[in-house]
Ligand binder design. Structure first.
Ligand SMILES: C[S@@+](CC[C@H](N)C(=O)[O-])C[C@H]1O[C@@H](n2cnc3c(N)ncnc32)[C@H](O)[C@@H]1O
Length: 244
């Protein structure tokens, strides 16, 4: 059970996003690792509160009081700690909540690197206007603007449409240990990204997709083609699978 003292809860409070309390059952299903191991990695997040507070403070400075786009940063952290992948790829960066936690986990692993792809949109005026997307960049900011500077070392951020950047990145790497889709949420685009990374997946790779309420059956069909179950985080539309 997740409660106010369960592993990862302190980190979620420091980040300022109650949705971020990790789903340890989900992480377990995706990694096959024990509850004790997973709790150990989540406790590392609770010990890194300065990082979470820095991300939250950066959001506030950027005019986003309660902004945290990716709802499972600590789950992501534990998955990367568990798998110790050489290469992690994500599409969709915005302020960089997911990227920051992937980078933090890779740093703790002391190996592996992150390729992030983002085609940012920019906030029109000084303040976020009504109806304007929260994922847009505040004036003068770049993708990943809320990531603490010390975490960015070695980060491979590629700006441009994933329709171009993802095939390039996939052709450069031997394999992808963890992939996160969090950019353009359409059925066609998710299917394209899954098709693109598929030859780079290996047994045990974890593939995640957020906001699947907008992507039709693309993830389900991908899972079926691999012969695996889709694992849903709580009752949300953030899903994942483990390659057999
Ligand atoms: C939901 S946000 C990403 C949130 C991020 N993962 C986080 O943790 O905060 C989606 C991002 O994808 C970008 N994007 C939209 N379409 C894209 C495309 N075709 N290629 C790459 N990035 C895209 C958006 O501009 C935005 O920065």
């Amino acid at each position: 059970m997740a409660g106010p003292t369960s592993p990862g809860s302190r980190a979620a409070r420091a980040l300022g996003d109650p949705r971020a309390v990790p789903d340890r059952t989900w992480v377990r299903a995706l990694t096959g690792r024990s509850r004790e191991e997973i709790d150990g990695w989540l406790l590392e997040c609770d010990a890194a509160l300065a990082t979470e507070r820095a991300i939250r403070a950066a959001h506030r400075r950027g005019g986003r009081e309660s902004y945290a786009q990716f709802r499972a940063p600590f789950d992501l952290y534990a998955i990367v700690r568990a798998l110790a992948p050489e290469v992690v790829v994500e599409t969709g960066v915005s302020s960089g909540v997911s990227s920051a936690h992937l980078l933090l986990a890779l740093r703790m692993n002391r190996s592996g690197h992150l390729i992030s792809i983002d085609l940012p949109t920019h906030q029109a005026g000084r303040h976020l206007a009504r109806g304007e997307s929260m994922v847009s960049l505040p004036p003068g900011r770049r993708s990943g603007w809320a990531i603490p500077a010390g975490l960015r070392r070695g980060w491979d951020l590629r700006i441009g449409p994933s329709q171009e950047r993802l095939p390039e990145a996939a052709s450069e790497v031997g394999s992808i240990g963890v992939f996160l889709h969090d950019d353009l949420h359409t059925p066609e685009h998710l299917a394209f990204e899954l098709r693109t990374i598929r030859p780079r997946l290996r047994p045990g790779s974890v593939v995640l997709a957020d906001n699947t309420v907008w992507t039709g059956r693309s993830f389900d069909e991908f899972a079926r083609s691999l012969g695996v179950r889709v694992r849903r985080r709580r009752r949300s539309d953030l899903v994942g699978l483990r390659v057999p």
